[in-house]
Design a protein around this ligand. Structure first.
Ligand code: AHM
Ligand code: MG
Length: 340
């Protein structure tokens, strides 16, 4: 008897954790899984773009070749629109929400926020990219979803996850009862449970930040980086610097081996670069469920007020003790900065 547990089997098994569950969330996760398999198929062919035709051109099958981030966006929207469990989508690719107004979705209870292809500038150089998703229960009572349905704290997320299109394709998600990771077995076309109950180390030796922006960092971040680079046997410093520049890949590595990921404010991005709704909140939910922490340098990410769909925030995310320490530096030096 095979010991392999597929994502579908796992979802059905876990449904009993929620006594009143009717399977809607399970079906929503299944729809996301299907779309991500299609996106994975295209991402693995990305290097063939020159042979098959560039974005905006017609490929050898006579189809229009789309940029992969546009393609990914369309796949997720299509899967969620026909699935019948989602009444509106917020995507990094669309300025406004996408309202789903069809017969099968009229009783849908959920809205989905997503970054369909995070780190998409890395596709051309064959570096891992990812999809991030976040699921909320709608606030409106019925009919198509509304903007207000998304204006919730990250603490209200029902589920969140990411898919990493890397040397293998993995889906990692949480419904608030721990974090589980599934690796796509291409031979059977199924995500199989490979990383049950993921936990991130409390303390580690890796920091991930775009140090090219150093001169524009707040003093607290500058001092923390210097601390990471100092020599000290007792704390195993200096730490290693690891930055892929593809958020899902950096955070996935740090989730498994431990570490801190920081995207602070910079001159170019005075409010930070990453988006609260569909990047920071879902990643924060996952890391907290794995025993880590996520803040904006001062305050917990999931408690921040969301005022607009594409709102940005600084992000300090990863191993709990490392995040605490970086935040201590932020607090200490924000006072001296303010006094300047
Ligand atoms: P994107 O959503 O436009 O792809 O931007 C998000 C990405 C993250 O994946 C990554 O961590 C970060 O931006 C890299 O930014 P930078 O190149 O400024 O270091
Ligand atoms: Mg992004």
């Amino acid at each position: 008897m095979s010991k392999v547990k597929t994502l579908g089997q796992f979802i059905i098994e876990k449904q009993s954790d929620f006594p009143y569950a009717k399977g809607e969330l399970s079906r929503l996760l299944r729809d996301i899984g299907i779309a991500s398999k299609i996106v994975n198929r295209e991402v693995t062919k990305a290097g063939l773009a020159d042979i098959l035709g560039d974005a905006g051109e017609i490929n050898i099958q006579g189809e229009n070749v789309k940029k992969l981030d546009v393609f990914a966006n369309e796949q997720f929207i299509a899967a969620l629109s026909v699935g019948g469990e989602c009444c509106a989508i917020a995507s990094e690719e669309n300025e406004d929400i996408i309202v789903i107004d069809n017969e099968q979705s009229k009783n849908a209870k959920y809205v989905v926020a997503m970054d369909p292809l995070d780190g998409s500038s890395n596709i051309d150089v064959n570096v891992s990219v990812g999809t991030i998703f976040s699921i909320y229960r709608r606030l409106s009572l019925n009919g198509p979803g509304t903007l207000e349905d998304f204006m919730q704290h990250g603490t209200e997320q029902v589920a969140a996850g990411y898919v990493i299109y890397g040397s293998s394709c993995m889906m990692v998600y949480t419904t608030g009862k721990g974090v589980n990771g599934f690796t796509l077995d291409p031979s059977i076309g199924e995500f199989c449970l490979s990383h049950p109950n993921m936990q991130t180390p409390k303390m580690a030796k890796t920091y991930s930040i775009n140090e090219g922006n150093y001169v524009h960092f707040p003093d607290g971040v500058k001092k923390y980086i210097k601390y990471c680079q100092e020599e000290d046997d007792a704390t195993s410093r200096p730490y290693s610097s690891r930055y892929i520049g593809s958020g899902v890949a950096d955070i996935h590595r740090n989730l498994i081996t431990g570490g801190i990921y920081i995207y602070p404010t910079t001159a170019k991005s005075p409010k930070g670069k990453l988006r609260l709704l569909y990047e920071c909140n879902p990643l924060a939910f996952i890391i907290e469920q794995a025993g880590g922490k996520a803040t904006d340098g001062f305050k917990r990410i999931m408690e921040q007020d969301l005022k607009s769909l594409h709102q940005r925030t600084p992000l300090f995310l990863g191993s709990a003790d490392m995040v605490d320490q970086a935040c201590d530096y932020m607090k200490k030096y924000s006072m001296t900065e303010a006094a300047k």
